[in-house]
Write a new protein. Sequence first.
Length: 466
Amino acid sequence: MSTVSTVVGGISFWYAQDGTPAPREPLPGDTSVDVCIVGGGYTGLWTAYYLKKAVPFLNITVLEAKFCGYGASGRNGGWLYNGIAGRDRYAKLHGHDAAVRLQKAMNDTVGEVVRTAAEEKIDADIHQGGVLEVAHTPSQLARLKDFHSVEIAFGESDRVLRGARETAERVHVTGAVGSTWTPHGARLHPAKLVKGLADAVEALGVTIHESTPVTEIKPKHAVTPYGTVRAPYVLRCTEGFTASLKGQKRTWLPMNSSMIVTEPLPARIWDTIGWEGRETLGDLAHAYFYAQRTADDRIALGGRGYPYRFGSATDNDGRTRPETVAALRELMVRLFPTTAGVHVDHAWSGVLGVPRDWCATVTLDRSTGLGWAGGYVGSGVATANLAARTLRDLIQQDSGQAGPTELTTLPWVNHKVRRWEPEPFRWLGVHGMYAAYRAADRRESTSPRPGTDPVARVADRIAGRH
């Protein structure tokens, strides 16, 4: 199937469908505020939202290099779910009970986003159908059962394990031999959420300056080409674009993820697939996919594609390699053979932030007033909301307006991690890791044995994921 007429790039399908927002004014010059937030994605906007709601008299400014939601917040797969990067490591560092508290906070965060969107009248096509993750091979099924047991051990008593027949009754994924489902998940339209959130933040009295790239963050200063914003608190909420800041090249690695979306599918095709519950859908492969059934009955499906650009470079408006588009289309047809003749309307890419130990973090340095949150490793739609509420509590605690809270004592708060290796070792390591994962998936697909391929285990250890 040719992809000649497929729109490639253009930021994302979500913006092609809903339109880019009207531009906001850039920073007019030097200014002073109470809190300066760098980054107009989910993390920055949710932080501004909760801070302003908690302390209405605060003077808060958000600085955004392009426009709010230009990065991962406007390009992701629309998975609002309870996964958080690094939980197992936090269990090793701080104990099982601490990690259970973190997981419970993530479970609650899904409902918090749904509730707040409704309260602010943000129509983001949210459907709370849960998360369904499937297994295709004996090895994946063994990992799925282990994963299911671990999630229950971390407090998900409402999680359900399904066999091949029960899985097919929910979504007919070709070759699926089992699945696990959690109710703590929802499908949404990423751009509608971030645009609505930006409007809600402005309505509260927060100032947003777009087309204002921050080149350097230092204590009490955010430096831009148009002037410097001075503030007691400067919060870095730049996720995959963190490497563009002075001195941050090796802080978080900008990992690329790519997506395709089909034309709206007719009822005859949906009759063969099912998916009436509109769960978000993924699998237990090492190089996994993620997908949703959109509100207008398309399939939106993503995967890592070309995972990393040399020198921590970021993409240009979502441009995606033809071979990545073709690979994602091939994967979709393998999962759902009746989609073989459907048109792929749009393909795009975005970057997500990956710390060296693959652990999401939220931090406030009380000695400098510098704070940051991110390193979500692709799980940021919900995690950004929890991080924002945690930053709010940390600032209130530091300023003497409140004491410690349940959120400020979670194990990911003030977690420290070493920096990534210099080039060319970053490039070689990331591409080698994903080559190993794809090779492991290929071997597992033909092996009758249930064990995880040894190459994948080695790749996990080298990557620092376990």
